[in-house]
Structures are given as structure tokens and as C-alpha cells.
Design a binder for this molecule. Structure first.
Ligand code: ASP
Length: 329
């Protein structure tokens, strides 16, 4: 039997990063005119309580609207997660986060940690000051998942639904149930403090350590831009990025993710420019604009594809790939 669960409490660490969940408006009836990232994470835990045998500990990592998320916070967050996950009595971690870039942070953390314990991002669509805020129940559900012994990997919990880091995506601007896992479907539900698991947790992978070490060391992270293919798309933005590179820009573009139509197709003008970029040493990846499905490979494609990854996640994957590969010779 696990001596930790017998002899003393296990801990769930709650890391605060800001977001609407920590937002405050001047009127309780106002669900949209608030300032994100105002209420401290310790205050968000008031009155929520923990499952039996679980102690809660709060730590404020940042206090931002997640639309402004950036590499510096990601690095600190990954380091704080790694620190706490290494503590034997820590069952798991909850991260309170804004909804806007939650899927990016989740994917980033799974890529650099792939932890064998659960790291659970949660959020809210209404500020803490709302008449009926959704944050407290989401936090409570996230704590339940973080304390679940068989859970692992980075997941997101919102509106009683658990989504995997690879699939989770914000799909609604206002609804409380704002996230979806596309055609993969949710990973689990949290119902009255019980987790009903539907499919496997994100796999633990010790090899993620290599990526983690690189983000810790890196002075700058590779610049990867996202450009969309659409009706009347052009190659002018690609050419502008190439021109910047040729002129020795301080942060030259190293990668481009093309938000492609349908099964990874591109307007011919954008495709021609992307091939020029690839020939000049820029890493180019196609990711579908579609909310569901994956790019099915077709023979003879000169630009590689990102499979199931959305453009924002493909950007993170490419950035980390370039970081691990190091500067081109
Ligand atoms: N702009 C907010 C944020 O992402 C939205 C939210 O949390 O729902 O921090």
C-alpha cells in the first residue's frame, strides 16, 4: 500500500496565472466588462475545500490576461510544475488560467513535461465577481482530477469536462462550456466529485526532459509565425519575413506555420512563397484551419504537415523542435 496515502495528506498545488477566473468587474451583473487577473490564487480557493486526505497549497506564478501569455511565464510555469511534481507527496497540480490561450499552455506543458502525475489547467468564462461565477466549481473539479491517483499528463477541466492537452480547443466566445476536444472527444467527466474516465490520459514521456532542459537554457526562443491561407491569399507576408531575414533582423523568422484550408491545401500564391521560404532554410509546416479531423498525407507533398495539431499548437511544436535542434550551421 502507498505509505504516503496512509500516513499523511497528499498535496495538490494550485498555481495561479491570472485570467477571467481571477477577474473582477465593478458590477456583479457584468460578465464581460471586467479586468482579468486581479484576484489572488489563494483567494480563489476560499470555501472550495479539497477531497478527503488532500491538502491544498497555492502559489501565484503570474497575474495576466492570458491573451498576453508569453515565453517568460511559460518557462517559469514549467519550472514550478517540475519542482512540485518532484515532491513525493504532491498528487498533482492545478493551474488557474485564462481561457484564451489555455490550449496553448496545456500543449506547451505536455510537450516539455509529459508528466506521470496530473497537471490540470482550469479557467472560467465569468469573472470572480459575477453573480454566478463558474470558476469555483471548475477549480473544485480540477482539484478532484489532480488528486486522482491513476490520472496523469496535462489536461484541462472546464464545465465538468476533462480534455487532453493535445486536443483541447476553445470553441465558444461566451458559453460556460467553452472547450471541446473535436472528434477525439473528451477524456473524462467530473460528476459530483467523481471522475468518469472515457479514454486514456496523456502519456507520460521521460524524453520530454530534453525539451524542458532546452527551454530552461535558451536565451531566446525561435521565432515562428502563423500565416493563413484563404481566398485571395498572397505570398507577400512570407516574402516580407524572408526579406527581414536576409537583412539580418535581430530575431529572424525560423519557422512558418501555414493555417491551411481543408486537408492541408494552400492558395497557390502562398504555397509558392512558402516553398521559397523552405528553400532559404525556414522550417515550414501546414496545419489545418478545420476544427476537426487531421491532415491526411497525400503523395508528393513538398511541405510537411502537422497532423491533428491546430495552427497554434503546430507553432509551439515547431518552436520546440527548432529549439532542441539548435541554430542551423
Ligand atoms: N481574456 C481572458 C483570458 O484569457 C479570457 C478568459 O479567461 O476567459 O485571460
Amino acid at each position: 500500500m502507498d505509505p504516503i496515502s496512509v500516513n499523511r495528506e497528499r498535496r495538490v498545488i494550485v498555481l495561479g496565472t491570472g485570467g477571467t477566473i481571477a477577474g473582477r468587474a465593478s458590477a456583479a451583473s457584468d460578465n464581460i466588462g471586467y479586468t482579468a487577473g486581479e484576484v489572488g490564487v489563494a483567494d480563489l480557493l476560499q470555501g472550495i475545500g479539497a477531497p478527503p486526505g488532500i491538502g491544498l497549497e497555492a502559489e501565484q506564478v503570474s497575474q495576466v490576461d492570458s491573451k498576453d501569455m508569453g515565453f517568460a511565464i511559460w518557462r517559469t510555469l514549467a519550472q514550478r510544475c517540475a519542482h512540485w511534481l518532484a515532491e513525493p507527496d504532491v498528487a498533482g497540480i492545478v493551474i488557474t488560467h485564462g481561457t484564451d490561450t489555455l490550449e496553448e499552455t496545456a500543449f506547451f506543458l505536455q510537450s516539455v513535461l509529459a508528466p506521470s502525475k496530473p497537471v490540470v489547467l482550469t479557467c472560467a468564462m465569468r469573472p470572480a465577481s459575477a453573480l454566478a461565477p463558474d470558476g469555483p466549481q471548475n477549480v473544485r473539479d480540477a482539484i478532484v482530477v489532480a488528486a486522482t491517483p491513476q490520472a496523469c499528463g496535462v489536461v484541462a477541466v472546464c464545465a465538468g469536462t476533462v480534455h487532453g492537452a493535445l486536443e483541447v480547443r476553445k470553441v465558444h466566445t461566451y458559453r460556460l462550456d467553452a472547450f471541446d476536444s473535436g472528434d477525439a472527444g473528451p477524456l473524462a467527466y467530473v460528476e459530483e466529485g467523481a471522475v468518469r474516465q472515457l479514454r486514456c490520459w496523456p502519456a507520460a514521456d521521460p524524453a520530454a526532459r530534453t525539451v524542458f532542459d532546452r527551454i530552461a537554457d535558451a536565451a531566446t526562443w525561435p521565432r515562428v509565425e502563423i500565416l493563413a491561407s484563404h481566398a485571395e491569399a498572397r505570398g507577400t507576408l512570407v516574402d516580407a519575413l524572408l526579406e527581414e531575414r536576409r537583412r539580418g533582423a535581430v530575431e529572424p523568422v525560423q519557422g512558418i506555420v501555414l493555417a491551411a484550408t481543408g486537408n492541408g491545401t494552400l492558395h497557390h500564391a502562398l504555397e509558392a512563397a512558402a516553398l521559397r521560404a523552405q528553400a532559404e532554410g525556414v522550417a515550414v509546416v501546414r496545419a489545418t484551419r478545420c476544427a476537426e479531423g487531421r491532415i491526411l498525407p497525400r503523395p508528393g507533398q513538398s511541405l510537411r504537415d502537422a497532423g491533428t495539431l491546430s495552427p497554434v499548437k503546430a507553432r509551439i511544436a515547431l518552436m520546440l523542435e527548432l529549439l532542441v535542434a539548435g541554430p542551423a550551421a
